[in-house]
Design a protein around this ligand. Structure first.
Ligand code: ATP
Ligand code: MG
Length: 326
């Protein structure tokens, strides 16, 4: 499957321009004739109004440079514009410059930050409308979680439950919003607790805006792409395990931790990708998912000479945690 296949679905959402542009593009029904009876003063005034309208339109039809380079018929173009426009209008970003990666569930783009944010670059993670199809066994991760709306308020009631069960469009919308809201709020909670995760800045619709790890030449590689030297492997391993412990203190288990979801930049690690984060207190599969995370981390570091027993490490985390919980 090509990495752009997901845009098929976006094409289902017919983009309808109800803005001022739409009116401007409509064929003019009545062409103004020369000498239509308007005085020169009124004509000059009308011209000024046109100029002002056009200034306004250029603001509304903002096209970031990455999208501008795409074929206007390419679905990705409008998808990117629509997804990141709220951040442009909220003065958080000034441009989208490149696609970092098109993954199974989302595309991640580099954006130029508005200087007042204190960042040069930020990353925008755009979830595809079809992301849920790719999240296999999502019930395993969702078990024990509460459903929250875009504002983080708990959603209850027959309508929501019925819609989710019957997978109506409303149900699918609630489901997608649930995953995205969950990723953002968990990432914020972990960042505030001091975990090595990118600082989340904002979220809107299908998109999360966060601190960018890397520089103007490209994003940080994942651990899976780098070869560690023997002196840094052990401290970095301890650092990852420290983050796993901190997450557990916050009652969370990453659920998909591996060398593919840890970025390496200037000797430091940053853990990413939280949609499948698990509630340690309520999820009946929490222990197994923790063991899997720890095992994958041990397997990776083992290649660079770190010896650790994942079962022992998991139990050393889990048993005191359960003790403190009971
Ligand atoms: N904050 C960030 N700064 C720099 N690069 C990032 C950031 N977040 C994500 N990336 C890049 O985007 C890629 C995909 O991000 P992420 O793992 O969150 O999405 P995904 O849809 O789960 O992708 P995958 O299916 O590959 O796991 C990462 O491997 C990394 O290269
Ligand atoms: Mg990932």
């Amino acid at each position: 499957m090509s990495k752009y296949d997901f845009h098929e679905l976006y094409s289902d959402y017919e983009y309808e321009d109800h803005g001022r542009n739409a009116h401007r593009q409509q064929p003019k029904t009545k062409k103004k004739q020369k000498g239509d009876g308007r005085s020169p003063k009124i004509m000059a005034n009308d011209q000024k109004m046109d100029e002002i309208r056009q200034m306004d339109d250029s603001q509304e039809s903002w096209v970031p440079s990455y999208a501008a380079a795409l074929d206007p018929m390419h679905h990705e173009r409008q998808w990117v514009i629509d997804s990141v426009a709220p951040f442009y209008h909220d003065a958080l970003i000034t441009d989208v410059t490149r696609l970092i990666k098109g993954g199974k569930e989302a595309n991640v783009y580099t954006c130029t930050a508005n200087p007042h944010t204190g960042f040069d670059l930020v990353a925008a993670k755009l979830y595809r409308p079809r992301m849920l199809r790719h999240l296999k066994n999502d019930a395993i991760y969702k078990a024990g979680r509460q459903l929250r709306d875009e504002e983080g308020k708990q959603m209850k009631g027959r309508r929501v439950k019925l819609a989710l069960r019957k997978k109506t469009n409303f149900g699918k919308h609630v489901d997608i919003m649930w995953w995205i809201n969950n990723e953002y709020s968990v990432q914020k909670k972990l960042y505030d607790a001091g975990a090595d995760v990118p600082q989340p800045l904002a979220h809107a619709g299908n998109t999360i805006l966060m601190e960018f790890i890397g520089d103007e030449y490209g994003s940080a590689p994942t651990l899976s792409e780098v070869t560690l030297n023997s002196s840094e492997a052990e401290p970095l391993f301890q650092r990852v395990m420290g983050n796993v412990a901190l997450m557990l203190d916050c009652h969370h288990i990453h659920g998909d931790l591996s060398a593919y979801n840890i970025l390496y930049w200037e000797g430091e690690l940053t853990i990413i990708d939280f949609p499948q984060m698990v509630e340690a207190r309520h999820n009946p599969h929490a222990y197994e998912l923790l063991l899997r995370d720890v095992t994958r981390v041990c397997d990776y570091f083992n290649r660079f000479g770190v010896t650790a027993d994942p079962q022992t490490l998991t139990d050393d985390l889990w048993l005191p945690y359960m003790g403190s919980e009971s």
